[in-house]
Design a protein around this ligand. Structure first.
Ligand SMILES: Cc1cc2nc3c(=O)[nH]c(=O)nc-3n(C[C@H](O)[C@H](O)[C@H](O)COP(=O)(O)O)c2cc1C
Length: 142
């Protein structure tokens, strides 16, 4: 059985709702999903997973959240080379630039972006939940 990590940070619950939906999708597709808050994840855990999903909203000025998520991600990204990775998160008033920058960063790290990233404004609605179901199924087969 595939083992998928879902590592996330969420200030007001929107990205957390996405993480929960992704977890349901992964388990419904027959894989194991570990839902892990960003502060509880470290580089030495990467190897234990077949694929890793990372969720973080746009914060600062089109940045990852800087106190918890960014330091965690900076410490794990060198371990993501060759790993299947999926990105998701919620945003507010921007145009998704934080996610495009994050995808570029993952590609530069040598990660294999295993499914199209999923972003949504504020809380996930049905279209976003459907995209997360597809991504979860793809991760479960990765
Ligand atoms: C301090 C702060 C900075 C933010 N910066 C951005 C930003 O640069 N671009 C954007 O689109 N939304 C920005 N937002 C909006 C959040 O991304 C949005 O509210 C999102 O839904 C929060 O997700 P969460 O509930 O998972 O924390 C910011 C919100 C806060 C509180």
């Amino acid at each position: 059985m595939k083992n998928i990590a879902i590592v996330y940070w969420s200030g007001t619950g929107n990205t957390e709702a996405m993480a929960n939906a992704l977890r349901s999708a992964v388990t419904e597709a027959g894989a194991e999903a570990a839902l892990i808050p960003a502060e509880a994840f470290a580089a030495d855990q990467v190897a234990a997973f077949d694929a890793l999903a990372f969720g973080c909203p746009a914060m600062g000025a089109e940045n990852l959240e800087e106190d918890v998520f960014e330091p965690m991600f900076a410490s794990v990204e060198s371990a993501l080379a060759g790993k299947k990775v999926f990105l998701f998160g919620s945003y507010g008033w921007g145009d998704g630039q934080w996610m495009r920058d994050w995808e570029d960063r993952c590609r530069a790290d040598g990660a294999d972006l295993a499914a199209e990233s999923v972003i949504c404004t504020d809380a996930p609605q049905e279209d976003t939940l459907a995209s997360l179901r597809s991504a979860g199924a793809a991760l479960a087969e990765s």
